[in-house]
Write a protein that binds this ligand. Structure first.
Ligand SMILES: CC(C)(COP(=O)(O)OP(=O)(O)OC[C@H]1O[C@@H](n2cnc3c(N)ncnc32)[C@H](O)[C@@H]1OP(=O)(O)O)[C@@H](O)C(=O)NCCC(=O)NCCS
Length: 337
């Protein structure tokens, strides 16, 4: 039995509409200068009224299958990380499975908020350990603009919509088209996923059964994202730094052994604080939050796909990723290309 987990055919899909900081300054009392200085974010994408998280995920999934040279009928699993699904049920994974014509695959969503990509890699590795011949379509899709309170300036400036998809397999797929930089796929070297439910109230995304509305009621604040920004910031820096140190240490590695560092794209100040504690150099760091804001589970794979397209990840490169999100959840992972 193998426990190898190969990540291949990573593709992204972004909605067409982009909102600038100046656009948001027309909705709430904020400014481009405040948002850039506190977060580093300049733009974020917003899905159309006619789109849902599943539509973004479906587009990314179609791209990933085409790149992998796989038919939907060859898939064994479709798993989706999302904290902004179309519905509580059916799952986004089932909706996408139906639209792809995937057949009777195992399909489900899971919620690990912004740590979703790392949790999904860990889950994928476990599924592959059970059945190494599996072909897992792993989607991260978020429509957080639907859960943002557009009257709350402390949160509405932070988030954006995006989706990514990749294929996880026990062995490298021969048909996978390399990225423009000549890189095909990666092996998951290690992954750590952790949580602390005692801090559940620091970031919440509403819309579940705790919202006790009856037909005809208007939604209240609990329906939307709420966040205690300062406390969240401190936990994010502590946990992302700690999980990176732990994963490097248990693999006998140091930051000098890492070629590219891709942290969760939530906030430039958090990234800089984590980077300075770990000793990350400018050459190692990759960010794209300036363009997209915090896209939750899609944030790390979206950045990784852009780093690959930009030629920042060379064949043989080791990539260190770290995430933090509601739950609280956090983690780190090492990929070898
Ligand atoms: C959200 C965050 C940028 C706010 O920055 P901050 O320096 O902590 O700001 P505070 O929340 O203390 O607010 C300071 C002031 O700015 C104001 N403010 C908040 N958002 C604002 C905005 N978009 N524009 C202008 N002013 C704003 C606050 O109302 C407050 O005003 P007051 O002093 O008059 O009450 C910061 O806390 C943060 O990055 N937190 C982590 C967020 C995150 O990444 N979460 C996701 C993790 S997955």
């Amino acid at each position: 039995m193998t426990t190898s987990c190969h990540l291949q055919a990573l593709e992204a899909h972004l909605p067409a509409t982009s909102l600038s900081n100046d656009d948001l300054a027309k909705l709430v009392d904020t400014s481009d200068a405040w948002i850039v200085s506190r977060t580093g974010i300049r733009h974020r994408r917003k899905l159309a009224d006619t789109e849902n998280a599943s539509d973004l995920g479906l587009a990314a999934a179609r791209n990933a299958l085409a790149t992998a040279g796989l038919a939907a009928s060859e898939l064994t699993h479709i798993i989706t990380a999302t904290c902004s699904p179309d519905h509580v049920s059916p799952s986004v994974a089932c909706i996408i499975a139906g639209q792809l014509g995937a057949g009777p695959v195992m399909a489900f969503d899971f919620s690990a908020a912004c740590s979703g990509f790392l949790y999904g890699l860990s889950l994928g590795r476990s599924l592959l350990a059970q059945a190494p011949e599996s072909r897992i379509l792993f989607i991260c899709t978020e429509a957080l603009s639907r859960r943002v309170n557009w009257q709350d300036r402390s949160t509405c400036v932070l988030f954006g919509d995006a989706a990514t998809a990749c294929v996880l397999t026990g062995e490298a797929l021969p048909g996978v088209a390399p990225t423009p930089s000549g890189v095909g796929g990666a092996v998951l070297e290690d992954v750590i996923c952790q949580s602390d439910g005692s801090q559940k109230d620091l970031i919440t995304v509403g819309g579940g059964t705790s919202c006790t509305y009856r037909l005809g009621d208007s939604v209240q604040e609990d329906f939307f994202i709420s966040m205690q920004g300062r406390e969240t910031y401190k936990h994010a820096v502590r946990q992302m730094t700690g999980s990176c140190e732990a994963i490097l240490q248990r693999n006998g590695l140091g930051m000098a052994d890492v070629d590219v560092f891709i942290p969760h794209q939530a906030n430039m100040r958090i990234i800089e604080a984590v980077g300075s504690r770990l000793g990350v150099t400018e050459e190692q760091l990759f960010t794209n939050l300036e363009q997209y804001g915090n896209t939750s589970s899609a944030s790390i794979p979206l950045a990784l796909s852009e780093a690959l397209a930009a030629g920042r990840v060379k064949p043989g490169a080791r990539v260190l990723m770290t995430a933090f999100g509601a739950g609280l959840t956090w983690g780190a992972a090492l990929l070898r290309f």
